[in-house]
Write a protein that binds this ligand. Structure first.
Ligand code: SF4
Ligand code: MSK
Length: 662
């Protein structure tokens, strides 16, 4: 059953204004999107395997386990708790593997840069030296590229380290947290080894005790957060520049009618950075003009978009759920993709238009796409070949529709260093003012809204949670497609201060920052770990991450990476709230995640489906920490009354799409 596109009937699930605008155009008539497929599939199909107790780890199965029913355990005797824990742990292993393989590519690109190969250079020398210090690398009187090469090689060696030495960056965590990991025996070693061990332990007939399985899952996830993801973020910053606040625009209206539109989709910024350079190349611009275009308009999709948004202010056209909609405008000459979160349907949608889907990574090919391999040792050549292909398509462009009003101003670029500078000033940069404002109650706490969007819940969930949090004086940190969605909602902008509670508004106004800080892509959640660590080190808010009035959510998680992120947050002592977890068919394991983990990590998972409930849980968790720290004072949580909800209803995120305050 297709969504009716000539009115509002049947489109209740689509809340974003620019999505609606595009899909209701005649040119999008033949386009089948995920919204159509979700409707066609029905609700029951979405429930398959959702309780986590189906196992196909060996050929005696598949086995569907029903908790509490004696003859409904696995043929091998595996219980619901064992099966659900194994499945959950494998999700974490897959997510960690994705971040790790991404990080490895970044390290290899970093090594090429250190060797002087390619168009990039070491941009953040201070950060290079600081990270070299973490790895025990001498920096005095040495050439920058020498330090970088030694750092790159040391980092590359860590992925496959075979001895029991923990990953180097673990020592950046608060001392008390390090002691927790040591006591539990979960300090991550080489991350490749942690992923392999996780897969081994969840093979048929190996680890059959759910708590023990989750110890390895924590180790694997910590290897991702404090190892792979952090490494990727830091080396990317060193190479391409640590983000600083800058203005930019987001949403489908960033596409341009009179330029060659090239969208970059996926995760690894090496290619995107090369495309940014190649798009300014004189020869390429001449070619574009010869084709009748005024220039090349690069725009991001998903987290590649967030990477170049943060560092270059390149606009983001779409988050995860809008990747098909970007193509359905008919205005894109090429969508360049690398790895992760690329829906196979983009090739089908592009088939309706003149658009090429160009795969660039040997790991990730797709039927219906063309492949131009991105070569790390000649990145500019690869980038130019891609742009030439896009330019060749410009003249073939037929009817198109760009929702020009859907173009929102955002202020992005909040690395943990930036927060340091903004709150403390360049000459006395420190987290002291943030801590003081939390202690004096102007800022109630910190809420991280991270992760994906997906088609199960309307995408206004991010907006609802963020509005609730900032209204209640909670400073919001955002990453990934959640950050893009909040940008579309007009909240990643200093003007959104008007939606904040008085304390948060006062701080943001003084400093000139939005109440929702965009901190980057999904690997950049590691910035939040460092920010939390800095808050601990600054003092006054306890001596571990688990003491901080801080909590995270990934309300619309889709990717396995989000679960790895959730687990590394919990294992680092931060509470997280997800919209659902695929473990409900296993009672003891479910309880372990939602309650008992607290005893080991000082944090646990939480689940709530309704975005208002998620916000309520987050605020309650923050208040509980404030109480424990002795800094809580009685105050009322500002609730959305019916009028506010009606206001949201008549101006849904999409409304959001119409501008701040909508
Ligand atoms: Fe069934 Fe056990 Fe094999 Fe899983 S490992 S499929 S529960 S027999
Ligand atoms: S791209 S992992 S949908 S955030 Fe990082 Fe977005 Fe989630 Fe992919």
């Amino acid at each position: 059953m297709a969504i009716k596109r000539n009115g509002c009937e049947g489109c209740a699930d689509i809340t974003c204004g620019s999505t609606k605008e595009v899909l209701f155009q005649d040119i999008a008539k033949g386009v089948n999107t995920a919204y159509d497929r979700v409707k066609a599939r029905g609700v029951s199909a979405g429930l398959f395997g959702s309780t986590g107790t189906c196992c196909r780890h060996c050929n005696m199965g598949p086995c569907q386990i029903i908790d509490g029913v004696d003859d409904m355990i696995g043929v091998c005797g595996a219980t619901a708790d064992t099966v659900a824990a194994r499945n959950f742990a494998r999700i974490i292993a897959a997510g960690s593997a994705a971040h790790t393989d991404h990080a490895r590519e970044m390290v290899k690109g970093f090594i090429e840069t250190a060797k002087g190969n390619g168009p990039h250079e070491i941009k953040d020398v201070d950060k290079l030296k600081s990270l070299a210090g973490v790895f025990g690398i001498e920096t005095e009187d040495r050439e920058v590229n020498d330090i970088a090469l030694e750092l790159g090689e040391a980092a590359l060696a860590e992925f496959g380290r075979q001895d029991d030495t923990p990953v180097s960056m673990l020592k950046r965590a608060p001392k008390k947290r390090q002691a927790v990991w040591k006591k539990l025996g979960i300090e991550p070693r080489g991350v490749d080894r942690e992923v392999v061990e996780m897969m081994h332990r969840t093979h048929m007939g190996v680890d059959q005790e759910y708590k023990n399985i989750m110890l390895q899952a924590s180790r694997c996830a910590l290897g991702d957060g404090w190892g792979s993801s952090m490494l990727s973020t830091e080396l990317t910053d060193i190479m391409f520049g640590t983000p600083v606040p800058r203005r930019a625009i987001v949403d489908l209206g960033v596409l341009k009618a009179d330029q060659v539109n090239v969208t970059v989709h996926g995760h690894e910024p090496l290619l995107a950075e090369s495309l940014c350079i190649a798009a300014q190349d004189e020869d390429i611009l001449v070619l574009a003009k010869k084709a009748g275009a005024k220039g090349i308009n690069l725009a991001g999709v998903c987290c590649t978009g967030n990477e170049i948004l943060m560092r270059r202010g390149i606009p983001v056209a779409a988050g995860f759920i809008q990747q098909e909609m970007a193509l359905a405008t008919g205005a894109i000459e090429a969508m360049v993709v690398d790895v992760q979160c690329i829906m196979q349907s983009v090739a089908q949608v592009a088939g309706n238009f003149h658009t090429d889907i160009i795969t660039t990574n040997y790991r990730a090919k797709m039927e219906g796409a063309i492949h131009i391999q991105f070569e790390e040792d000649s990145p500019l050549e690869s980038a130019k070949a891609i742009l030439k292909k896009a330019i060749g398509n410009y003249k073939k462009r037929g009817k198109f529709f760009i929702p020009e009003k859907s173009k929102l101003d955002v202020v992005v670029g909040f690395s943990h260093e930036t927060i340091n500078y903004m709150l403390g000033g360049r000459f006395r940069s420190s987290y002291r003012p943030l801590n003081d404002n939390i202690i004096n109650g102007r800022i109630r706490g910190v809420g991280a809204i991270v992760g994906c969007d997906n088609f199960k819940l309307t995408d206004e969930a991010h907006e609802i949670i963020a509005r609730e949090l900032i209204r209640n004086d909670v400073l919001v940190l955002a990453t990934g497609c959640a950050a893009t969605a909040l940008g579309r909602a007009g909240l990643v902008n200093p003007e959104a201060i008007k939606h904040a509670g008085p304390g948060l508004a006062e701080v943001c106004e003084t400093v000139g920052m939005p109440p929702v800080l965009h901190m980057g892509s999904c690997v950049d959640n590691s910035r939040i770990l460092i920010a939390a660590t800095e808050m601990v080190k600054e003092g006054g808010l306890g001596d571990d991450i688990s003491d901080l009035p801080a909590v995270g959510t990934a309300p619309l998680w889709m990717s396995e990476k989000a679960v790895a992120i959730g687990q590394y947050f919990v294992a680092s002592g931060a509470q997280v709230v997800f919209q659902s977890l695929p473990v409900t068919g296993a009672k003891k394991f479910n309880k372990y995640l939602l309650e008992d983990m607290m005893g080991e990590y000082g944090a646990h998972w939480n689940v709530a489906e309704d975005p208002y409930e998620i916000a309520k849980m987050m605020i309650a968790a923050i208040d509980a920490k404030r109480e424990a720290l002795g800094i809580n004072k009685q105050r009322e949580r500002v609730l959305f009354d019916m009028e506010m909800r009606r206001d949201m209803g008549s101006n849904p995120v999409g409304a959001g799409c119409a501008g701040p305050g909508a």
